[in-house]
Ligand binder design. Structure first.
Ligand SMILES: *Cc1c(COP(=O)(O)O)cnc(C)c1O
Length: 416
């Protein structure tokens, strides 16, 4: 039987324990939602004041040059590159994940229109994050050329969905609800054998699990910086394009920031060389500057070390729920197999929404996803083994006492 003392001992010998000091965490909160909104890096407060007072307040328009604002999307993209197996000048930080999906999808479809115009199917997963599916639908509606979306699910496995009609495969590396992870290299190779290009959504993978885009021979990738990368609420996303595709076409959101010489103010669009053409318009500098603080904190360690601790903590969570909450109707929907698990743990419970509200009221912050899913994000940068123990104890207490069964825990908020 595991005890709280075991957890304290594991923390005492944890080589990553010191990283917790990089973040400002509220007292009396166990934060298991870093997969949805990361925490505040200590460095972000000073950096934000510097951007406000010195760069904006004093530097004003000069800061586009003197404070490096103009180069931020690429400079920060190069910092992120090492965490996702990308090369230098292959990633930019910009726009939202949804918008970057649109750009990547458009570029992939253009490549296929030249190479194999009969390919009109975009394959994704029924259980994918909805915005991915919505962006595909919007793209098909815009194209109006007989494009079709095909969704893999229990009745249509990937090997049956892929054939000579498929132009693009768009998948999330780690599923936002279940935490199940695809084998990126194997799936990319499978798609390639069928002539399809791949777009990977790394929203729940970047900073959470080791990713190697170039070794996997992927084509495009997008993802968030406000989740495991601790970039701040709504911080700009990223887009990676394999070097071999970068100069083939330009993306359709051909704004002036993607122009080769934006300050020529020319009437004709001339795309910049390389990844820069995937930018559109003026960037949100205040928010983007803070992305660097989250990246710097992660870069103090390695994805290999983070992965090891993440698996130890998710294993611990699963074991403790088994030991201490066995009589309750909790169904683990996250794979037990390490190779198929991301960095969060999810359970179904018939009263999942109310149980999560009761947990949050007790300071254990996870989140709820339809249908009936309790989701616990495990972020090894700042979580301790003892946090996992205390979180599961609180869950056990709430379930044992049916404390979730109160009217205030049934009330739905706009954001769950
Ligand atoms: C969180 C998430 C998004 C979010 O997209 P935004 O445009 O930032 O709102 C997209 N895809 C996946 C898989 C996600 O988990």
């Amino acid at each position: 039987m595991l005890t709280r003392e075991h957890c304290l001992a594991a923390d005492a010998s944890d080589e990553l324990a010191g990283l917790r000091q990089q973040f400002r965490l509220p007292q009396d909160v166990i934060y298991l939602d870093g997969n949805s909104l990361g925490v505040l890096p200590q460095a972000a407060e000073e950096r934000s004041l510097q951007v406000l007072r010195a760069e904006w307040g004093e530097g004003l328009i000069r800061s586009w040059n003197t404070a490096g604002w103009f180069e931020l999307p690429r400079r920060l993209g190069n910092k992120l590159a090492g965490l996702i197996g990308a090369g230098s000048d292959e990633v930019v930080i910009t726009d939202t994940t949804s918008l970057n999906i649109f750009k990547a999808l458009a570029a992939a479809i253009r490549i296929q229109q030249q190479a194999a115009p009969q390919r009109k199917v975009i394959v994704s997963e029924r259980d994918n994050f909805p915005t991915d599916l919505y962006m595909i639908q919007g793209m098909m509606d815009l194209l109006q050329q007989g494009y079709e979306m095909r969704l893999i699910d229990d009745s249509l496995p990937l090997e049956q969905a892929l054939n000579e009609d498929v132009a693009v495969l768009l998948l999330s590396h780690v599923n936002y609800r279940t935490g199940a992870m695809h084998d990126m290299a194997a799936v990319t190779a499978q798609a390639r054998r069928h002539g399809a290009l791949t777009i990977w959504d790394l929203a729940h993978a970047a900073g959470a699990v080791p990713v190697d885009l170039n070794a996997s021979e992927a084509d495009f990738a997008v993802g968030c910086t406000y989740k495991y990368l601790n970039g701040g609420p709504g911080s700009p996303a990223f887009i990676w394009v394999a070097a071999r595709h970068q100069d083939r076409f330009w993306q359709p959101l051909s704004g002036w920031w993607g122009h080769s010489r934006p300050f020529d103010m020319a009437a004709d669009y001339q795309p910049a060389h390389g990844i820069r053409r995937f930018l559109c318009g003026t960037q949100p500098i205040l928010s983007m500057a803070l992305v660097e603080c989250g990246l710097d904190a992660t870069l103090q360690t390695s994805m290999t070390a983070l992965r090891e601790k993440s698996l130890a903590l998710t294993d611990l969570f699963i074991q403790l729920v088994e030991q201490r909450c066995a009589h309750h109707p909790l169904t683990l929907i996250t794979p037990r197999n390490h190779a198929q698990r991301g960095s969060h743990v999810s359970y179904r419970h018939p009263q999942g929404y109310a149980v999560m509200q009761a947990l949050i009221a007790r300071g254990v912050i996870g989140d709820y996803r339809e249908p009936e899913v309790l989701r616990f994000g495990i972020t090894p940068l700042y979580l301790r083994h003892v946090d996992v123990w205390d979180a599961v104890e609180t869950l056990r207490d709430i379930l044992d006492g049916a404390n979730w069964d109160q009217p205030q825990f049934q009330q739905r908020h706009a954001v769950t």
